[in-house]
Write a protein that binds this ligand. Sequence first.
Ligand code: A2P
Length: 348
Amino acid sequence: MSKSYTIAVAGATGAVGTKIVELLEGANLPITKVKALASKRSVGKTIPFKNTEIIVEELTADAFSGVDIAIFSAGGSLSEKFAPEAVKHGAVVIDNTSHFRMDENVPLVVPEVNPESLREHQGIIANPNCSTIQMMVALEPIRQAFGLEKIIVSTYQAVSGSGARGIAELENQVKEYIDGTPLKELTAEILPAGGDKKHYPIAFNALPQIDVFGEDGYTLEEWKMMNETKKIMSDDSIKVAATCVRIPVVSGHSESIYIEVEKETSVKELQELLAQAPGVVLQDDPSQQLYPQAINSIDDKATFVGRIRRDLDNPKGFHLWVVSDNLLKGAAWNSIQIAEKMHELELL
Ligand code: A2P
């Protein structure tokens, strides 16, 4: 346990990477050095860390020389190219992109749910999709206690999930609108999906498309939520359906989740269970108008749960409202927790 680590953050200047460097300051890990890696454009920029400034270096294979832990958040194609290079240099990779998530040799980990699967790693560990992570934190305690047959989720996702450029696009559109541009003429170049043909305004809008469409009519984001859930919960029999929607919120993903449990339970029992659950903060008191809100989740590591109701037609059906900061528990914080857990389990 006396090791101390050199940690590289690939994509350190991005929306998630910036949070990773910030969180490393307080991480429960012995750290010798943090390396900040980004594109050529950012080389020489500085990022504050503890009482010093880290100078950004270019993301190259050689940058991983001497690195013990490499946390990637620079995009799937860069993870595809450089994560294996980092492993070759002896690093353990924690990857925030979707590239390796469904690879059977790559554990997909939410530390509150399946930390033991870290033991099976072969150099790369995947951080799940942001919307999936918060749903797992809220639902795993219910699954453990009462069994889980079915999940139907609709998301209300923040633009920061599409990176720093997504945030800038929303902010610019709001400015354009205030300056008199009609809503349908706002400049849209990124959302709903950088890789798709058409772009629509996100300001004052709701876009039922996150990432590109598959042939079955589901988007890739929806596919991720459905398939990652089964992998993380190690249960292919859970029925999952997702509808993912981007809304004009900067940070904090919200989810309306309907579940069907196997054993009889009550709203009170679910509230008591979730009030004690790791990583969960219960905010559920309609008499006080207390429920989770995206703006209150910002910069908080918790997953907030409220609006728990029994379905009026199905006694084993329940509705929940689940909110978390997509940049923290949905990305950066989950990655840091993975690193901390690996240190604790002596897997590094
Ligand atoms: P840079 O700031 O130099 O462009 P976000 O998710 O917020 O869009 O951030 C993406 C991150 O990935 C940024 O740190 C960005 O660095 C980095 N990145 C993007 N393209 C490359 C590239 N070709 N090589 C290395 N890093 C990249």
